[in-house]
Design a protein around this ligand. Structure first.
Ligand SMILES: Nc1ncnc2c1ncn2[C@@H]1O[C@H](COP(=O)(O)OP(=O)(O)OP(=O)(O)O)[C@@H](O)[C@H]1O
Length: 902
């Protein structure tokens, strides 16, 4: 027992008895009684937010209120949505005080509910009000309250239930504690400091317009996040494995919805789950199923006939429609009668929240939650055709006041989902079901043809609620654009998308481009969809470590053929985790451009590339600092018979000539399948090329394409390259040497090779290689030689102008020249003077198909001739004239020829 006190202090035992006196009943939708929660030690403090919500270190509501009370503020407002635990938290506050545990600086604590205060319609003084609501408080102690208001804490619950205004401007505020005024005036006087000026107040409310009349500090109730839900479920279920099962299920099917933070919702869910887990029943998979189960349970409790049950549901549906359309929070008794609820009034508490005595005419009713209101709305659509003309109109009518209406409609439209309700209420109206399905089909078809991702997601949510594989296949037709980027999916979106992919048995693309934070939870939900996707795009996304490990397990034995992680800045540690999944997967293409990988990642990569199931044939590693040592490790994989790598992209990987010997040896090993290597932007030097050339002439080397542009090469490497190209074993058909200072001598050496009948080079890049007039002359002669195999030549950005290019025009016109794609970008600078040669060449050439003339100095004067020649030629497919010196006057003319881009 707690020590009873002297006559002039507050009897805390009496306060405890008063507050813990059982009030009301616990109901499935309304929640457990706060006093029972507190008495039975089931109280888990909800979390509160102050300012910005950062999940770590959030205070509990109890802490936040106590902290606020120690400050200067005399009023602390506790704000939270329906069922977030405000009433329970306030009662706990009073209980803790009465037990001597907290807030002992207050001598007197008075707890009021605005709901009860509504009933006092007479005029009275503060002393009378206290006395009326707290009978146990000795009248003799009242003067002390008045004398020392700083010792008094008033706790007011449920401001949103109050019928009167607290606007100080509406009343003549009173300051005399003995003055009798109306209760709203008393309350306004207290809260605005004219009465008992030094007293402290805690006021709890749902968000309401009245808030603007309250000064002081605010505590925002967030409710239960994951870890509080964990504790809650564990205290609800005594059996730990059952608790765990229930919790996992709740988190996976519902945990991502905002309303799961509501302790009241958690109570409802646990109350539904408990009997099902005890009896080994199936837990609801979706929100619609949960509400079907709830309603079935509630109706069964009433043992009504089928007709009466249907009438009851229709009455609730009318009430829902009334509340939704007029944004009414509650309905009077008279209104309830008009909805046809009169026969069910005594059962009102089963479904609704009631304020006031049932017998009283002032009694009002409201839904415990917005969710239930929307569910009843959806259900009544299918039961009574006369209420709504069609799904589209109904959704339009309620679009501003509902969030889940279409989801519930979708859930209820499927026979398996609605069956338990049909067994109780009789059949749903088939015209209404048909109407909804038609609306769903046409609206989703439209949504899925478009690029609005939110509309796509909504469609997936509706499909998820319906839980029908055949419906998914009917709605996701081949023309649906389901490969558009689904970056930044919410957890709900992940669940819905995962469901859709599972029903389809897989998808071509899972495009999560630019997901700013792929969390572990998201990846866990998406893992099955990932493993069924042929291509996963996570370009420019951020992946948490946990997410990477789910991705790895999804790849492991999954169907994914291509994975793009470029620009994800993955780093070595996460990459190591990923590699666990790469050892046994179907991946053929892996893009890792700019992933912050270093030498450390190469070993893991080697083990993935050499696993006996490896199918990886394309690896993009550009812009990673793997360096020579890393690359040498990677070369180790090329010696393995299991390594299937054919294309390797190593642009800007900090490679030098130091690793080229090892690479060359790997290419000659006989095991290497490499056909294409891009090594641009690595400081290779001529000696690196010399080492590579050994491999190029080796009979076992299979390299067909090599990009060495921007590798700081000079003419000195050309003799080695030329030798390699002339070798009978060389299989190189593409070579890019652009942006290297090859110069005249080097280039002429290459020309020698090109002239040799055995040289199979078809594509050569010599853009910006310091080429001179004699080189162009030689190139022209080589092209005409009849032996040269070149089909693509890029020689832009070499300062030879019209004079140099003349040799190429001649060559093009020559009958021995092969079909050529000639790239003369920025030929410093081609002018109209070359026009005649150019046109003659194009006309004469039997093979030229494409001509790149970007960034030159051609002017308007050349346009008529160019257009003419393109129009006349049946062969020419494309001429690119972008960035020349044309004025707008000739745009119309250029426009006429579709083969010209400008
Ligand atoms: N801290 C808690 N620990 C355990 N259960 C709780 C807690 N808070 C609330 N609950 C459960 O949630 C139900 C609703 O809580 P409460 O009535 O306190 O919410 P509220 O925010 O006051 O709601 P409303 O805005 O509708 O008045 C309770 O009946 C109880 O079952």
């Amino acid at each position: 027992m707690y020590a009873s006190s002297a006559i002039n202090t507050m009897d805390k035992d009496a306060v405890l008895i008063h507050i813990l006196k059982l009030k009301g009943v616990s109901t499935l939708l309304g929640g457990d009684l706060p006093v029972r929660v507190i008495n039975e030690n089931k109280y888990i403090s909800p979390l509160a937010a102050e300012g910005e919500v950062i999940e770590e270190n959030l205070p509990t509501v109890d802490q936040a209120i106590r902290t606020a009370l120690t400050g200067e503020n005399k009023i602390v407002t506790v704000i939270g949505p329906e069922g977030s635990g405000k009433t329970t938290a306030l009662e706990k506050l009073v209980v803790d005080w009465a037990k001597g545990e907290h807030l002992q600086n207050f001598e007197y604590v008075f707890h009021f509910r605005f709901q009860d205060l509504n009933a006092h319609e007479d005029v009275l003084s503060i002393a009378t009000l206290i006395q009326r609501c707290h009978h146990y408080f000795p009248p003799k102690a009242m003067p002390l309250v008045v004398q020392k208001p700083e010792d008094v804490l008033f706790v007011f619950d449920g401001l949103n239930d109050y019928k009167h205004s607290l606007d100080p401007a509406v009343y003549t505020l009173c300051s005399d504690p003995d003055q009798a005024v109306s209760v709203p005036c008393l309350l306004a006087s207290l809260l605005h400091g004219s009465l008992l000026n030094e007293a402290t107040f805690v006021v709890a409310t749902r968000p309401t317009a009245y808030l603007k009349f309250l000064s002081g500090s605010q505590v925002k109730v967030l409710g239960f996040l994951k870890s509080q839900r964990n504790s809650y479920v564990n205290s609800f279920f005594t059996d730990a494995p059952a608790a765990n099962k229930a919790l996992m299920h709740m988190e996976r099917t519902l945990g991502f919805y905002d309303f799961c933070t509501s302790p009241r919702f958690c109570w409802t869910v646990c109350s539904v789950y408990k009997p099902l887990t005890d009896s080994g029943g199936k837990l609801p998979e979706t929100l619609s199923q949960l509400f079907v189960d709830i309603l079935v349970h509630l109706i069964q409790m009433l043992s009504l006939s089928q007709a009466d049950s249907r009438e009851l549901v229709l009455a609730l549906g009318r009430m829902a429609s009334h509340c939704s359309t007029g944004q009414h929070l509650s309905c009077t008794k008279a209104q309830m009668y008009s909805f046809g609820f009169q026969p069910f009034l005594t059962s009102a508490d089963t479904f609704l929240r009631r304020e006031g005595e049932l017998e009283s005419d002032t009694c009002v009713f409201s839904f415990h939650s917005q969710l239930m209101q929307e569910f009843m709305l959806a259900l009544s659509f299918f039961l009574d055709k006369s209420i709504y003309t069609g799904a589209e109109k109904m959704l339009e009518k309620h679009k501003d006041s509902t969030k889940f209406l279409d989801l519930f409609l979708s859930g209820l439209s499927e026979p398996t989902q609605r069956r338990p309700l049909e067994n109780l209420l009789g059949e749903f109206n088939c015209d209404q079901i048909k109407d909804f399905k038609q609306w769903f089909k046409s609206s989703s078809e439209e949504a899925l043809q478009g690029y609005n991702t939110d509309s796509h997601y909504r469609c997936f949510h509706l499909l998820h609620q319906a839980q029908s594989e055949s419906l998914v296949k009917e709605i996701i037709i081949p023309s649906a654009r389901i490969g558009i980027s689904y970056g930044n999916l919410s957890l709900q979106d992940c669940v819905a998308w995962n469901y859709v992919v599972a029903c389809l048995g897989g998808t071509d693309w899972l495009n999560l481009y630019r997901t700013s934070n792929l969390t572990e939870e998201m990846a866990e939900i998406l893992a099955p969809a990932m493993s069924l996707s042929h291509k996963i795009v996570l370009t420019a996304s951020f992946l948490s470590t946990g997410a990477v490990s789910h991705l790895a397990s999804a790849l492991n034995r999954g169907l994914t053929r291509e994975l793009d992680l470029s620009h994800s800045h993955l780093g070595d540690e996460k990459f190591k985790i990923l590699c666990a999944g790469l050892r046994d997967c179907k991946l053929q293409k892996l893009h890792l451009v700019t992933c912050n990988l270093t030498e450390a990642s190469c070993e893991d990569l080697v083990s993935a590339l050499t696993s006996d199931t490896s199918q990886l044939c394309l690896l993009e590693m550009a812009f990673n600092e793997i360096g020579d040592q890393g690359f040498e490790k990677l070369c180790g994989a090329l010696h393995s018979p299991h390594c299937k790598l054919e294309k390797l992209q190593l642009d800007t990987c900090e490679l030098t000539e130091a690793s080229m010997e090892v690479f060359s040896a790997a290419l000659c090993s006989g095991q290497s399948q490499l056909k294409e290597v891009d090594m641009k932007r690595n400081i290779m030097d001529d000696s690196g090329v010399e080492a590579l050339c050994k491999a190029l002439q080796h009979p076992l080397c299979k390299l067909q394409s090599l990009n060495l542009s921007m590798c700081e090469l000079t003419g000195a490497c050309c003799s080695h390259l030329s030798g390699a190209l002339m070798s009978e074993y060389c299989s190189l058909s593409e070579l890019d040497l652009s942006v290297n200072e090859l110069g005249q001598e080097g280039a002429l050496l290459l020309c020698q090779a090109l002239r040799r009948p055995g040289c199979i080079l078809e594509k050569l890049g010599l853009t910006r290689c310091e080429l001179t007039l004699p080189v162009f002359e030689e190139l022209g002669s080589v092209l005409k030689s009849g032996t040269c195999q070149l089909k693509s030549l890029s020689v832009g950005l070499n300062k030879v102008g019209d004079q140099g290019v003349k040799h190429l025009w001649d060559a093009i016109a020559h009958p021995s020249c092969l079909p050529l794609h000639l790239n003369l970008v920025e030929m410093t600078r081609l002018t109209d003077a070359c026009l005649e040669d150019l046109c003659t060449a194009v006309r004469a050439s039997k093979t030229l198909k494409r001509l790149e003339l970007r960034n030159n100095s051609l002017t308007d004067a050349s346009v008529p001739a160019l257009v003419q020649v393109m129009q006349d030629s049946h062969r020419m497919q494309e001429m690119n004239l972008k960035y020349n010196d044309f004025s707008e006057d000739v745009f119309d003319m250029l426009d006429k020829c579709k083969k010209i881009t400008y």
